[in-house]
Design a protein. Sequence first.
Length: 205
Amino acid sequence: MKSEEIRQKYEETAPSYDWKIAVLEKISGADRLRRDLLKKATGDVLDVACGTGRNFPWYSRDCRITGVDLSPAMLDQARIKAVDLGLDAHLLGMDVEHLTFPSHSFDTVVSSLAVCTYPHPVEAIKEMARVCKSDGRLLLLEHGRSDRPMLGHLQDFFAERFAKHSGCHMNREPLELAQAAGIEITSHRRSCSGILHVIEAKPSK
Ligand SMILES: C[S@@+](CC[C@H](N)C(=O)[O-])C[C@H]1O[C@@H](n2cnc3c(N)ncnc32)[C@H](O)[C@@H]1O
């Protein structure tokens, strides 16, 4: 799916995105993983594909947040959240595969539940690494193909149809994609029957 199609999907989804996803995040434990991972964000933070700003409540108030996303409607929701939280977040329409920031701009670069949607996920992760300072860190909370055989096969069966409908590829392999992007993985944990991945990394080996 091309970026324009993905943008269009999220333009339609934006107003109802939060309430639809909240229940799933609670059941899967993604909400707790999000909170625990984002405590580790420091300094100048880039939240790529920030969507409606679901990460915003969990950043330390010392962080300076920049969020980018393809979808203006998702960013509108993120702006509302930032105002409600009293966050001075800088929110921009931008494609994660073509970030306009200079190299080594951010202390922390975050991607949550979005590697499933990028048209070229390896390129996107390489861009995240490029804009991260060499002593900075990449924090990823992603979902992918379960390592439980039955569940993984079920995801394979539905993946294409679901992607056409939602823009989300449910059977991607976030760890393999991060490895292919050449980042240095310092920690990796799976949960929720192997579907959720928490990946901490440095920008290059
Ligand atoms: C499933 S939502 C996740 C949003 C948010 N990160 C979260 O944790 O709730 C995926 C988001 O990725 C954005 N997105 C997809 N491809 C993108 C790209 N190439 N560049 C920027 N944003 C993108 C979509 O517009 C959407 O807001």
